[in-house]
Design a protein around this ligand. Sequence first.
Ligand code: FAD
Length: 419
Amino acid sequence: MAQPLNPSDQQRQRIVIVGANFAGLTAAQHLGGAHAVTVIDRSPWFEWLPNIHELLSGVRRPAILRLSRPHLIARTGHRFVRATVAAIDVPAAKVITADGRDFGFDVCIVALGGVNDTFGVPGADRYALPFKSVDQCHAIGRQLAMRARRPGRLSVVIVGGGLEGVEALGEVLRRYRHRHELTVRVIEGAPTLLPGAPPALDAAIRARCAPYHVRFHTRTLVTKVTKRRLFLNSGETIPSDVTIWTGGATAPALLQAAGLADRSKQWAPVTETLQSRRFDNVFVIGDAAALPRPISKQAYYAIQMGTCAADNVERALTGQPLRPFTPSAKPMLLSLGDLDTFLVTGDTVIAAPALAALKEAVFQITMPQVDPPTGVRASQGLTARFTTAATNLALPTVLSREALGRVCRLSILRRPGAA
Ligand SMILES: Cc1cc2nc3c(=O)[nH]c(=O)nc-3n(C[C@H](O)[C@H](O)[C@H](O)COP(=O)(O)OP(=O)(O)OC[C@H]3O[C@@H](n4cnc5c(N)ncnc54)[C@H](O)[C@@H]3O)c2cc1C
């Protein structure tokens, strides 16, 4: 049942934001001090997820991809609470944390993101390594390095051939492709890698990987995972020393429990103004939201939604009409380690290793926007990010002849309407 806001309320309104990564943090940063804003997240770190695949090869370190969340929220003037949210009781208008505290709200902004989905495949939760956070990717990087130190065969299996799976593949090849006896297998249920992207991209990735021991199993599902093997629906059994699960993300159970979604694993349906379809005083943003017209689950959309939700919350609380969220189309940048980088916009794919600089620029420009460098600490962070990028990403490219040859290559794989 929809609960109307009370715009005439002269008291300081209480806004609780649940989840503070791209969407929730942006909303917090755009909400003014007129309201009592509480931001709850279970982790003390803001994490820059679009580059976490680089932890697999070690070209990026965890500290470079993280910012202190208490520090970021303190700068907004709002209150940060580090806690796991156990329930959102909308009829009672309170958020309840796992440690038994509750936080009353007039408006709640839900920005919980998604959770790893292993689709009930036996053994996947136990033996396949998830790929959704800095800690998880760092753990995969350590596992790869440990296995690679041992002599003999190294067999890596990546489950999922979407954006995350392909970027993971690129990092494994960046670090280990010259190692003898490395075999990488990518398992994807769809007929091509990166389902939904232009087919030329699938062909280009396969071509870049052709010199190495990489096998792509498309139209294939994993039916069981054990410590050293994967069983496929084709009847094949494949060995695996390290199994990386990039296979899927699904909605957190909290959404259904709060009545924001009807079914388990359903993203919370919202109106075009980002209000929950069930409750007017709840906004759902970022990956957790199911928009009337679906969009891909991407960080830049989460950021845009955070800005829009903050504006709409202010409007709702002051009795003004809400504005619709209008996502602005952005091209997708996909890196295949140091082998190539692809820019996908509509039906056009541009392949050029030099595009890695563009992907790096997105990171270098956006991180200081999240944490503007005013103090010593933020300036140190900025310097550290630039130094790591220069030594681990730029210098190896400039100093190696093989890499230089690659960097100068650019190809347009397909234009709209081209034969
Ligand atoms: C490997 C990988 C690569 C990606 N690459 C790209 C890319 O190149 N470009 C791009 O645009 N996007 C990329 N994405 C997608 C992008 O990261 C997401 O779209 C974005 O993170 C969504 O932001 P969000 O704020 O909605 O959710 P999230 O970033 O997932 O944040 C959710 C927050 O909620 C908190 N939370 C969750 N549950 C609870 C709870 N019960 N209690 C308290 N806190 C909780 C979490 O700690 C987290 O801080 C990638 C994602 C991954 C995993």
